[in-house]
Each structure stands twice: as C-alpha cells, then as structure tokens.
Design a binder for this molecule. Structure first.
Ligand SMILES: Nc1ncnc2c1ncn2[C@@H]1O[C@H](COP(=O)(O)OP(=O)(O)O)[C@@H](O)[C@H]1O
Ligand SMILES: Cc1ncsc1CCOP(=O)(O)O
Ligand SMILES: [Mg+2]
Length: 267
C-alpha cells in the first residue's frame, strides 16, 4: 500500500514542482534549498514577519526548523504556521536541539500549542524532549533515551497528534496506530551536518503533494537513508567526507521509483 503511493509520489514530484516554504536555520539552509531542488520541489526561504504569511499563501507546505531559533524567527514561525493552518497546507516541524537548553524546549512547546503540526521529524533525543522526557544531549546530536525508538515514535505520534519520524540507525515512522521502520542508512550520514534537516525538507516536499502524510514521511525518510547508503557504496579509495556530501546530493537527485523500490529495506 505505502509502496505504491510512494512510487507515485516519486514520479509526481518532479512534474508538480511544489513550492516548499522553509523557516530554517542558518547552518544548513543552503543544503535544505538544494535538496528540495534535487527531489523536484522548489524552495523558498523567507523569514521576515512582514512577509511570511504572504509567502505561505503561495506555498504548498511549510517547513519549520529550530536549528538556530531566536525570538524574532520564532514569531515569524508562529505567524507562518497559523497562516499555513488557515490555508490547509501541512506544517512539518524539525525540533533541532530541543532538550539541549530550556529555551528550545519551552519554545517548541509554545509552537506545538499555537500551530497544528502534521509531521514531526527529529532524532530520538529531540523527540523524547518534545514529549516531556528529560533527555541528555549536548546539542544537535542524538544521545541515549530510556525507551526504544519504536515505543517513543508511537507515544509521540499519539501525544503530539502528528505523524512522528525518528531518524537513527533504524528510522522509525509512526502515525499513532501503525509504526514502520526503515533499515537503510550509513554512519557517514552522521558525519556531515544537515542530513537530518535535509530529511525534514524531503518530507516537506512529499507532504506538499499528498494528503497521505504517513506515506510522505516514509518517502522522505527512506529517500535520505537509501541515498546515503548508495552514495557511500560509490566512494572510491581516498575519497572522503567532502566527496560523500556531493555524492549524497547526486543520489537524491537521481533517485527514481524503480531505484527506491529495489533499494528500500523495511525493518
Ligand atoms: N547510526 C547510524 N547508522 C546509519 N545511519 C544513521 C545512523 N544515525 C543516523 N543515521 C542516518 O542519518 C540521517 C540523519 O539522521 P540523524 O543523524 O538521526 O538526524 P539529525 O542530524 O537530525 O540528528 C538519517 O538518514 C539516518 O537514517
Ligand atoms: C550544527 C547545527 N547547529 C545549529 S543547527 C545545526 C545543524 C543541524 O543539522 P542536523 O540536525 O541535520 O545535523
Ligand atoms: Mg537534526
């Protein structure tokens, strides 16, 4: 069922070329714009409170990413999020670094209270903090949590009333009833910044062309993990992390429904 829908999404996205509005961080903003283009979407990164609502009116999805959150950007996120809810386009939330500082955790709760979010995508520590867990984290990377990612994804999807995606060695996606895991990936994906953020952008792209947000979340997550694995297998001796980063973008831009179906491994 999901396989057929996802193959269809992969075929359609390059034809539909959806506009995906991002309010995101200033570390990986360029990677998020490029990955949106690579999969067939069109990115726009607008943050001014003067224009975000108007930009949402042109867009097919809104991605909110907390990576370098500050008060002014947060206000723009709330404005844009409310406009997206009113227009009926999906809001996809990446809680980067939530749990690392009380400020981020407080702001994430405030966002979830004010804006209806369709999909949340984070690492295990971030999602654990989002549902009130006391997560040990130094920053944007995942740390240890006292429950399995499957249990956490299911609980978070129910608590947050949003499709929840937890990336990691095994990626887990839950809608609060059904939980699916993806076994693709490569440890090198954790050695370049932005692979989590780019995953959230990919999910935003797919969610912008369907109402089936569960399939959209599985699509975006699996495209990143499968492409990361394929990029690694293409590396030659003496090629390092810089080449890997370029090859990852190549693989994402070259993915087809056929490559995806052959390569994806549900866990
Ligand atoms: N231990 C791991 N082994 C293989 N792939 C991983 C591992 N940890 C994360 N990944 C992959 O890295 C990508 C980014 O996920 P992650 O590092 O969890 O996000 P973030 O950068 O937001 O913390 C995903 O495709 C995920 O599957
Ligand atoms: C390093 C860093 N610091 C603030 S945002 C950011 C990027 C995080 O990106 P990702 O979560 O995709 O690794
Ligand atoms: Mg992240």
């Amino acid at each position: 069922m999901h396989v057929l829908v996802i193959k269809d999404l992969l075929n359609k996205i390059k034809i539909q070329n959806p506009l995906v509005h991002h309010i995101t961080n200033n570390v990986t903003i360029n990677d998020c714009a490029n990955v949106t283009l690579a999969i067939g979407g069109s990115p726009v990164m607008a943050t001014s409170i003067e224009e975000v609502a108007d930009m949402v009116n042109l867009a097919n999805a809104l991605v909110i990413n907390f990576g370098t959150i500050d008060d002014q950007t947060f206000d723009a996120m709330i404005l844009a999020g409310k406009a997206a809810n009113e227009k009926g386009i999906p809001v996809i939330f990446d809680p980067v670094g939530v749990g690392a500082t009380p400020f981020r955790t407080k702001k994430a709760q405030e966002l979830l209270n004010k804006v209806s979010v369709s999909i949340v995508r984070g690492n295990a520590t971030e999602v654990y903090a989002l549902i009130g867990g006391d997560a040990q984290t130094r920053g944007v990377d995942a740390g240890k949590i006292p429950l399995s990612n499957e249990t956490l994804a299911l609980k978070a999807a129910k608590d947050l009333k949003a499709i929840t995606v937890i990336s990691g060695q095994l990626d887990v996606i839950s809608n609060g009833e059904e939980t699916i895991s993806i076994a693709n990936g490569d440890i090198w994906l954790t050695r370049i910044t932005g692979t989590g953020c780019m995953t959230t952008s990919l999910i935003g792209c797919f969610a912008s062309i369907t109402k089936d947000f569960f399939s959209a979340a599985i699509a975006g997550m699996s495209v990143m993990s499968l492409s990361g694995e394929r990029a690694k297998s293409r590396l030659k001796e003496n090629e390092g992390i810089g080449t890997y980063r370029v090859m990852l973008m190549d693989e994402i831009s070259l993915i087809t429904a056929e490559i995806w179906e052959e390569g994806v491994r549900f866990g």
